[in-house]
Structures are given as C-alpha cells and as structure tokens.
Design a protein around this ligand. Structure first.
Ligand code: ARG
Ligand code: ZN
Length: 466
C-alpha cells in the first residue's frame, strides 16, 4: 500500500519510456524457435520473465555484508523446458556473474541489459528438467519503476529492505521474474551476527559462527518472484503459533516497535476475520517485517510475511494480509490486471472498517463518488491502467474497490461473499484473469454482469451510473 501517492505522481513525468523493441534485442520474439524469449509477453513490463521454461524451485544462498553492502549469491534453479532450447534468458540487473552451469556442465553466458543470456553446452529438449546454477556478487541496487518509485534490494542504515514489485527480484537474484511463473523457494542467508535476515515461509534453522549468523527459510507454496524477500536489519523477533496452526514470525526494527506493537497484536484476529470472508488462509506461515526504511513509501505483501517500511496502521495490515489471498495465492498473469490485487485488498479495508465500527463501505464509496469528474481518481479506468507507471495509482486501488462494491450491491451480500470465496478457492496457488473473475461472478450470481464490469473497469472518466 502506498503512502505517498501524490508525491509519486510528480516523479513519474521525469521517467523516460523504455525503447522496448531495442531492448528486446537478439533474444526477442523475432528470434523465436529454439531460443527462449527475453520476456514473458507482458505489455507493461516486456522484459520481465522469460520464455521457454518454468522454474519449479529456487535455492538461493546469499551472504550480505551490511557494512560494505556487498552481496555474494548462488542461485540454483530447478526448471523444465517448455520448448526446445538452445538458449534461454534469466532476469538479472547489475551484479557480476562469475559462473553459470546447466546440469553439471559450464554454460556460455552474456549480459544484455537486464537479461542474462544462457547458452547451455547441449540444447535442452522440450519437457526436459534441468538445473541452472548462477554464482554472482556485487552491490545490489534497486530498480527505478516507471512511476518513479524504487523496488528490489533497497539498502537501509542497518541492512536492506527487500521488496520486488513489480520488477525488483532481478536486483538480487537471477529470476524468471513474472508472476506467470510461480515456484517454491529455499533461502540460506548469512549476515553479520546481531542482524536478522527474514525471508518467506518457515524458519528451518539459524546458527551463528565466526561472527556471522545464517538463517534458513523455506516457502513451499508456489510464489511469484516479486513476492520473495530477504530483508536484513536489526530486528526484535517474536514467534508464536495461532490456534489455527499458522506459524507467525514477526521481525520489528526497534525504532518502530512502540508504534507497531498494538497493530501487530491484531494479526491473528485479522487473519481469522479474513479467513471467514475469503476462505482458509492459503499458507502455513505468517507474520510481518516492520523495517525502518524512510524514503521507500510503501509496504509489500511479500508472501506469508509482508514487509512494511515503517510501523503500519491497522488498515495497512488488513490490506497486506488480504493480498495473501488476492495477489499471492491467486496471482496475476498480466500486470494490466493489477486491480485484481489492489482493488480487492482495498475493498478488504473497507469491509474491515464496516464490520469493526468504522465507516461503511457504502460511505467510503459515496465519498469517492462525490469527487468531481476532473479528479485524479477518474484519470484512467482500473481494468486498463494503460502502462506500468499507473499500476499503483489511486484509480487502481480506489476505483478497483468501487467496482467490487458495485458488484456487491448488484448481487447481494451472500452471493458477493460466495464469489470471493470461490475465486480464492478455485484459483488457489495459481492464477486468475479479469475475464475469469467476471465469468465466475456471473456463474455464482446467475446475473449478466458485463455492463457493470465494463462501466467500472473499462469506461474512461467518471462512470455515470452509481
Ligand atoms: N502492492 C503494494 C501494496 O499495495 C504496493 C507496491 C508498490 N510498489 C512500488 N514499486 N511502488 O500493498
Ligand atoms: Zn496492495
């Protein structure tokens, strides 16, 4: 969730659009056949992800020196070719690669912008399973997004705030960096003694030797690369298991401890409330990473364990928690569909308020609808933000939530909740598109909803009927 929407928008204008065709280069779609495409085909982020293979598992071994900001990395990717491959790409920006092997054999590689182009000694057959090992090191730097914000590995005064939406995974590990591709993860992260490295999932072990501590994390559920974290800092750690058996691990920067304590105490009840609304919590682990990272300006729903740039308020906790269902378990296939993440997480905030003594969703809707036609809220429709620079902007969050409120009014509360449940259940650990959501809502309600979704998701300007 964003804290600095207005400021961010000013920065956007300074961003130069990328010459996509030039960047696609020799590994682009034109060279299709036996070479894997340089991107997953996303119109907003054409170089994110890659073609020709699927990664089932990432095994990341990292060592971060917080003083020098130097990262040593080794990534072992377990993958399967979806076509014959004489060559394929990984996404990796910055950092120096010192070796690439495919199977046991050294492979050829070259850097081309954010593409690490790998040529295995022997071509891979379609459906062949293979293992890629990349060793690398350097000083990771965040990537600047089209909206002027930064994501990826963001150094802090005591470590790093690590949040990769939409394209920052490639700043710290070689990735198939598009939410179309989801994988399980192991992390082995070594940091100076006294610092804590927090990743996704379950803490498998921790040991200290020679002034360094190694943390081993495991996330078994399929995860998009942008939802991986390896946030490092000086943290107070709290661990417990909820009555539902969810393993909670909270890591809090002491400077944010006082402000975050009352909010973090609500995490089990927020997850229980959301489980009633959306269906069972999709993961085994939960928690929060509350960093002190001034200048970041947002929180991210990193899978199982959202990362906050400072102490969150309760509404932000509700928002990032709702993303565990909508965005993390049910993933996008295209960044254009971002309202499926942000509209849903925002509507969860409205529902939470309504059911906990705050404003009703209707009241929140009415206040937004009262904004004049020239207001930024109506600048573009949430189902078609137009470009990557708009994906985290108000129309996606607020008008996206308004679309869900209109749906709720059209089908009634019972069917509305059935729709949310069915969406989370049927697409759990997978993907969903806007078209699939519309079909599911029509199926569950027995109503023709094309007009409603067209109006709220796709019509430019302020919708006339409300
Ligand atoms: N998905 C996050 C949230 O709404 C926002 C991420 C913003 N990312 C960025 N690079 N500005 O919870
Ligand atoms: Zn969000």
């Amino acid at each position: 969730r964003r804290r600095t929407a207005v400021l961010r928008r000013e920065a956007v204008l300074a961003t130069v659009p990328v010459a996509v065709a030039a960047l696609l280069g020799a590994a682009g779609p034109a060279a299709a056949g036996t070479t894997g495409a340089a991107g997953a085909g996303d119109p907003y982020f054409p170089l994110s992800g890659n073609g020709g293979y699927h990664v089932s598992h990432y095994d990341l071994t990292l060592r971060y020196d917080t003083a020098s900001r130097h990262l040593d990395g080794k990534a072992v990717l377990s993958a399967r070719a979806t076509q014959r491959l004489t060559r394929f790409d990984l996404d990796l920006k910055g950092l120096k690669v010192t070796g690439v092997t495919v199977g046991r054999t050294a492979a050829g590689y070259r850097r081309h912008g954010q593409e690490l182009v790998v040529t295995p000694r022997h071509a891979l057959r379609k459906d062949q399973e293979f293992r890629v090992t990349v060793t690398y090191h350097g000083t990771p730097k965040p990537v600047t997004d089209p909206d002027g914000s930064a994501d990826g590995w963001i150094p802090t005064d005591d470590g790093a705030f690590v949040a990769g939406e939409p394209q920052g995974a490639m700043t710290w590990f070689p990735a198939n960096g598009h939410p179309k591709d989801k994988s399980s993860y192991d992390f082995t992260i070594t940091v100076p003694e006294g610092r804590t490295a927090v990743a996704n999932g379950i803490l498998r072990g921790q040991h200290t030797a020679h002034g360094r501590t190694t943390f081993r994390w495991h996330e078994a559920a399929p995860m998009a690369a942008y939802l991986a974290t390896a946030t490092v800092g000086t943290f107070k750690v709290e661990r417990y298991t909820t009555p539902d058996g969810i393993q909670v691990y909270n890591a809090v920067d002491p400077r944010e401890a006082h402000a975050s304590a009352p909010v973090l105490k609500q995490l089990p009840s927020v997850l229980a409330w959301e489980s009633k609304l959306f269906g069972p919590y999709p993961f085994r682990a939960a928690g929060a990473i509350v960093d002190h990272a001034p200048g970041v300006g947002y929180a991210l729903e990193t899978q199982t364990r959202p990362v906050y740039d400072s102490a969150p308020d309760l509404s932000t906790l509700v928002h990032e928690s709702a993303h565990q269902w909508f965005g993390d378990s049910v993933s996008l296939t295209s960044w254009k569909d971002i309202w499926l993440n942000e509209g849903f997480a925002t509507y969860a905030e409205w529902l939470y308020s309504e059911q906990h003594g705050g404003d009703s969703a209707q009241k929140t809707f009415d206040a937004l609808y009262a904004r004049p036609a020239g207001d930024h809220l109506w600048a573009f429709p949430p189902g078609d933000p137009g470009s990557g620079k708009n994906i985290f902007d108000t129309p996606v969050y607020a008008r996206g939530a308004m679309a869900l409120h209109e749906l709720r009014k059209a089908v009634g509360d019972t069917d509305f909740l059935r729709i949310l449940h069915a969406w989370a259940a049927e697409h759990r650990a997978g993907h969903g598109t806007t078209a699939q959501f519309v079909r599911l809502a029509e199926r569950e309600s027995g109503k023709d909803l094309d007009g409603l979704f067209h109006t709220w998701l796709y019509v430019k300007g302020k919708p006339k009927s409300a």
